[in-house]
Design a protein around this ligand. Structure first.
Ligand code: SAM
Length: 244
C-alpha cells in the first residue's frame, strides 16, 4: 500500500513537500498496525481509537488544536454552538462538549462517525453532541448556523483522486474538500461567529490555501503556531477565516 502511494505521488510535488508528505503517509500506515480498538490520551483524557480512523496517538495536531480551542473563550464557551467538520475519533468534539457547549460533528468516514459516537457514550455527552456522516456541510439544512466552525483539515495536498477513507484524513485531492469548506462555512456561521482551520504550513500548501481563500473573498489570519516533530520538524497553525 505504501509503495503504491509513493509511486503515484512522487511525480507531483517539489522535493521538500514530497519528503514531508511521504513521512505523513508512513505515519498514517504505521498507525494502522492495530487490528482492534485501543485508547490514547488527548488533553489528559482517554479516548477510544478504532482502526481506519485518524489517530491522535500518532498525529500530535489533535492534542495541540484541542488545547488551543479549550483555552479560548472566543471559540469555546457555555452558550455557544460548536461545529466540528471531520471529527475522527471525536476527541475534539467530546472535549469541547465537556465544557458544556453544544456540539455538532460530521465526518465523511463512517468508521470515524462510529468512533466519535463511542467516545460520546464513554463521556456521557450524548445530549450535547450530535454526530452525522457526510461530506462537510452536506448533512445540514441551509439555515443551520454555529458560533464556531472548526476543521482540522487534511492539509496534505495531493493530485490523485482515488483516496481511501483513511487517506482522506490527511490528504485532500486538489484541495477540493478544503475549497468547499471555505466556500460554504460562511453560510453556516452566526453573526460574530468564528471559522477556524487547523493546518500545517510545513505539511500543507499554504499558498494554495491562501489563493482559494482569496478567490472566495476570504482572508486567513494565523492566530497560533507551534513547532512539533512528526518524523521531521513541522509547524501546526491555527487560522481564523475572515471576510475580506
Ligand atoms: C486531520 S483529521 C482530524 C480528525 C480529528 N478532528 C482530530 O483532530 O483528531 C481530518 C478528518 O476530516 C475527515 N474528512 C476528510 N474529508 C472530509 C469531508 N469531505 N467531509 C467531512 N469530513 C472529512 C477525515 O475523515 C478525518 O477524520
Amino acid at each position: 500500500m505504501e509503495e503504491k502511494f509513493k509511486q503515484k505521488f512522487y511525480s507531483q510535488q517539489n522535493k521538500e513537500k514530497k519528503k514531508y508528505l511521504c513521512a505523513t503517509a508512513q505515519v498514517l500506515y504505521k498507525s494502522q498496525k492495530h487490528t482492534a480498538s485501543y485508547t490514547t490520551t488527548v488533553c489528559g483524557r482517554e479516548f477510544i481509537v478504532l482502526p481506519n480512523v485518524f489517530s491522535p496517538k500518532y498525529f500530535y495536531d489533535t492534542e495541540i488544536f484541542t488545547r488551543w480551542l479549550l483555552k479560548n473563550k472566543k471559540y469555546v464557551d457555555v452558550g455557544k454552538s460548536f461545529c466540528e467538520i471531520g471529527s475522527g475519533t471525536g476527541a475534539v468534539s467530546v472535549s469541547v462538549a465537556l465544557t458544556g457547549v453544544n456540539v455538532t460533528a460530521v465526518d465523511i468516514n463512517e468508521q470515524a462517525v462510529r468512533n466519535t459516537r463511542l467516545n460520546v457514550q464513554k463521556y456521557n455527552v450524548a445530549d450535547r453532541v450530535h454526530v452525522f456522516v457526510g461530506n462537510i456541510f452536506d448533512p445540514f439544512m441551509a439555515q443551520q448556523k454555529f458560533d464556531t466552525i472548526f476543521w482540522n483539515t487534511p492539509f496534505g495536498f495531493i493530485e490523485r483522486a482515488d483516496l481511501s477513507p483513511l487517506e482522506k484524513s490527511v490528504f485532500d485531492s486538489g484541495y477540493k474538500a478544503t475549497e468547499q469548506f471555505l466556500r460554504q462555512a460562511p453560510q453556516h456561521l452566526k453573526p460574530q461567529g468564528t471559522i477556524l482551520i487547523g493546518y500545517s504550513n510545513t505539511l500543507g500548501d499554504v499558498d494554495l490555501l491562501q489563493n482559494i481563500a482569496r478567490s472566495a473573498k476570504l482572508h486567513l489570519q494565523r492566530v497560533k503556531q507551534t513547532k512539533s516533530v512528526e518524523v521531521h520538524p513541522v509547524t501546526f497553525d491555527l487560522y481564523e477565516v475572515v471576510t475580506a
